[in-house]
Write a protein that binds this ligand. Sequence first.
Ligand code: NI
Length: 157
Amino acid sequence: MRFFYTALQAGRLQFIEKKIKRRCDLRIDHIGYLVKNIDRAAADFVSLGYAPRGEAQYDEARHADIAFLDNGAYVVELVAPRGESSVAWKLLKRNGVGPYHICYEASDMDEADRTLREQGYVRMLDKQPAPALGGRAVAFYTGRNMGMIELVEAGGE
Ligand code: NI
């Protein structure tokens, strides 16, 4: 059983290596959660050991309230859409509350953008400043094999 498993693993790794054209070297910045109520969701994360990073902010472009919390190892972003005009509204209706994107920090946004799109990721939202991230640029993509990811330019705390 163990041998079979190891052989299977080796086969999978070979498959993965063949698929890769270029590699990104990306560090996880935060995990994005869709929530209905920003204060209630923040309180639940605080009870899990997270501390708020400042006040929740209203993001006009996304028509959503956004709050960041940190537990020393992980950062979560809570996104509560305020109405139907928010891009997050449909996602919340469809998927319910829960994690919906992982954000990776990129030292070179344009380079990471090229690499992702070469690998078949589709850019959903062009690079734009995120007020709740101190104005750092973010961009959103979906991948066939992992759903939504976000890139944020390096340079935060
Ligand atoms: Ni995010």
